[in-house]
Structure formats: C-alpha cells, structure tokens
Design a protein around this ligand. Structure first.
Ligand SMILES: NC(=O)c1ccc[n+]([C@@H]2O[C@H](COP(=O)([O-])OP(=O)(O)OC[C@H]3O[C@@H](n4cnc5c(N)ncnc54)[C@H](OP(=O)(O)O)[C@@H]3O)[C@@H](O)[C@H]2O)c1
Length: 419
C-alpha cells in the first residue's frame, strides 16, 4: 500500500495547482500561458498567443498562422480536412484511430462542467465537418442528447452518413445487471436518436446503486448483457474500460465474446505497457483516454509530475518536428498502435489533434517520451477503493473521499432535464 500525502488528496478533489477555487477557466488558461511564456519555447508561445484570440469560430487568418508548419510542408494553404486512419477490430468492424472525447469534466464543486456544452457542440460540428468520424461518449457524460442533435444535423446536411460514423457509449455502474444493460443502451439510443451504436463499453468493472452502495455485481453477468445486445444488433461491437489483466483473463475465460476494445488511461506518465501488451496479444484494441494526462493546465494537479506542456524536452521534440507538444504525444500513442480520444472544445485544437499523420518519431524521440513513464494515474477514483473489483493499486488514506454526487444521480442534456 502507498501512503497518500495531503497534496495527493487534493488531486482526489481535482484542483489544478494554479487555480484558486472558483477561478474561471480563462483565468486558469492565462496563468498557464504566463508560466509557459517564462520558459521560452518560441513556437509554443506563438501558438499560445494565437489561442488567446477568441476561438468562438476559427477564422482563416488564425488557421493560416496556426498551420504555418503545414503550409511549409504542403506548399500552400492547409486543407482544413483531416484524414484519420482506421484499425480493424477483432470482429471486422473498422474504428478510426482518433476520436472526439466528450467528457466535459468536473468543476471545483465536483459538478459536471455543463456551461461548456455549447462550445462542445460547436467543436463537434466542426470536427465532423473536417473529417472526424469517431465520437467517444457515455451515459455519465450527460451529452448524448446534444451529440444526437449534431449527428442528425450533419446527416441532414449531407456531410456524413450514419454508417460512416463510429459512435461509442458506455454503461454506467447502475446498470450492471444482465437485463439492465439493454435498458441502459436503449436509453442512450433514444437520447442520441440512433438505432445502434458502433461500440458499447462497460465503463468500470464494479457496480453501485444511486446511493453509492457497492452492489457487487459480477462483471461476467454484465458481460452476458453485453453479448445479448451485440447479438440483437443494438451494438456493433462491445468492449470494456478500466479493467485489470486478471479481470480481462477471467472475462475471456468465462465468456463467449472477447472484448473488441479496452479503454484505459494511457499517457506519458502512464504507459501501461503490460496491460497494453496483454491486450495486443489477445487481439483487443487499446483506446487511450486522458491522452494528455496532467500535461494540460486544466489538469495541473498539485502533485502531478512532468512533463507539462512547456517541458523543455517536449518543446525541443515539438520544434524538431515542427509540431506542437500535444501532437507529439498523440503521435507517440498512434505509433504504439493505440487509438486515442482526446477531448477539446477548442476548434483550433480539434484540427491540431488530428493533424498527426504526416510525420514520424525516431528511436531517440521515443526514448525521451518513454522516460516520463512513472505510473502516475490522473484518474484514480479513490472513492471506489474499497469496492469489489476496484481495478487500481490501493493507497493508504486517513479518510476515504465520498463518491461525488454527480456520479450517483443525474439527468441528461445541457439543461439536465432529459431522462
Ligand atoms: N473510460 C473512462 O473511464 C474515461 C475516463 C476519462 C476520459 N474518458 C474519455 O477520454 C476523453 C479524453 O480524456 P480527458 O477528457 O479526461 O482528457 P484529455 O483529452 O487528455 O485532456 C483534455 C484537456 O486537454 C485540453 N486539450 C485538448 N487538446 C489540446 C491541445 N491540442 N493543446 C492544449 N490543450 C489541449 C482540453 O482543453 P479544451 O477542451 O479547453 O480545449 C482539456 O482541458 C474524454 O473526453 C472521454 O471521452 C474515458
């Protein structure tokens, strides 16, 4: 057991280092900017100066400046479209290797950051316009109604056909009984106005009711519900999230269907080599969530380690490839054969995050990137530590934090009024 210090506890409450409670996100961003400016990094500073402009819409001038590196490599104005490769899952379904994450995050009161929902909608519309086809959501995220509206609009506009999209949603721990899986999925489908999802995941391997009581439902039972919705065609593929190797082994040993994917936290601090290798050996595609770990200002938790976005070694790699630090990170995940689902509500970053398929890292670069692996987890969900099937290493705490109420009961949609 590790001992948790008081600074580590504040990570449980997810308070960014530089942000006093109640500070609006813009203020937190500009304090991050100042810190980074002090560090040098001409290209990064240039990009950050640009990001200070209002990004309510991406205007051509800003795009031109942001894309100076593409202008150089492609000789001409950047084509505002991205071409995201796909990977074939173990059941033949093709999944784009980069998706649009839609968890809006908790604010300092541990409530979902719904005020940013409108920006997410604009960013998602833009993402589909420029070529994103993979959307990662969950019942928990509350935004299925808005995602459904965007999909409907983009299909009506002729931008995309339903069959070209890859939509993932997840079943929360309230719905882990075999018969409840279909209930949860049908609610998600209703909220998104869809007939099927491309992928359905068990969000976590443990279960609890709306009062936060551990229901101790075996994930093998939950998985039988998943196999049933797969057979019924309501989900084209099924997978899990936040499982351990022993849990996966048991699932595979006692089930008919091997998960198509496993969605886990992977970033520079948390390489998860053993788990990734195990999944690869079983033909399970690994999807990396929180790909930036604690690198970005919104997750600058008090005890979080390097590299931050202004880390000199990372800035040097970015300069070497004429890319940004975050692009280097996403490229590294791609070169590890991982799918990633970065979340951004900032249009310029939507384009930036998917513009990683035109360069390669070399062995020296990879060595630097691997040197940051220290097992630090940005999302330890310590309030679940005493639950059956808690998947992470246990730590010693004086007092277990309470499960945030936002994980127990909610309505959906930006006005939080949709069942
Ligand atoms: N299965 C699970 O248990 C689980 C858990 C967590 C997350 N997820 C999924 O994974 C997705 C991604 O994880 P996450 O949202 O926790 O973390 P993340 O994508 O690593 O980080 C999101 C943060 O990075 C910022 N950002 C994005 N692109 C950037 C760029 N190019 N430059 C600088 N900053 C950038 C975003 O800012 P702005 O938005 O302000 O631009 C936001 O503050 C989620 O949205 C969700 O779909 C799944």
């Amino acid at each position: 057991m590790q001992t948790v210090t008081s600074t580590r506890m504040s990570r449980v409450l997810k308070l960014p280092k530089h942000t006093p409670p109640g500070t609006p996100p813009e203020a937190s961003l500009s304090s991050g900017l100042t810190a980074r400016r002090a560090s040098g990094g001409v290209m990064i500073n240039r990009r950050l100066d640009l990001l200070r402009c209002s990004m309510s819409d991406v205007d051509d001038d800003v795009l031109d400046q942001l894309s100076i590196r593409w202008t150089r490599t492609r000789r001409g104005r950047p084509d505002p479209r991205v071409h995201i490769p796909t990977v074939k899952l173990n059941n033949g379904v093709e999944m784009p290797v980069l998706g649009f994450g839609t968890w809006l995050g908790f604010n300092d009161k541990m409530q979902l950051d719904m005020p940013t929902c409108d920006k997410m909608v604009d960013a998602l519309e833009y993402a589909i316009d420029i070529g994103y086809r993979h959307i990662d959501t969950a019942h928990l995220y509350r935004v299925e109604p808005e995602i459904g509206d965007v999909i409907e609009k983009k299909i009506k506009e002729g931008v995309v056909k339903r069959e070209e999209l890859f939509i993932t949603t997840k079943v929360w721990q309230h719905y882990h009984r075999e018969k409840d899986v279909e209930v949860s999925l049908r609610h998600s489908l209703r909220r998104m106005k869809l007939d099927y999802v491309d992928q359905l995941l068990i969000h976590w391997p443990f279960s609890h009711n709306q009062q936060g009581v551990d229901e101790k439902i075996d994930y093998l039972e939950t998985w039988r519900g998943f196999e049933a919705v797969l057979r019924a065609g309501l989900a084209k593929s099924i997978g899990v999230s936040n499982f351990t190797i022993p849990q996966l082994k048991r699932l595979i040993a006692f089930s008919k269907v091997v998960p198509a994917t496993h969605q886990i936290e992977v970033n520079l601090n948390l390489a998860q080599r053993e788990l990734v290798d195990y999944c690869k050996a079983q033909g399970i595609v690994v999807v990396a969530y929180a790909p930036f770990g604690c690198m970005v200002p919104s997750k600058d938790y008090p005890d979080s380690p390097e590299p931050k976005i202004n880390n000199p070694q990372m800035v040097a790699l970015a300069r070497k490839h004429n890319k940004t630090v975050t692009q280097i990170v996403l490229r590294h995940l791609y070169e590890r054969d991982l799918v990633s689902v970065p979340k951004t509500i900032t249009k310029s970053r939507v384009l930036e995050n998917a513009s990683i398929f035109d360069f390669k890292l070399d062995a020296e670069d990879t060595k630097v990137l691997e040197s940051f692996n220290n097992g630090y987890r940005s999302n330890p969900v310590l309030w679940y530590m005493n639950f059956d099937h808690y998947p992470f290493e246990k730590v010693k705490l004086d007092k277990l934090p309470e499960i945030p109420s936002g994980l127990l009961k909610w309505k959906n949609g930006k006005n939080q009024n949709i069942d």
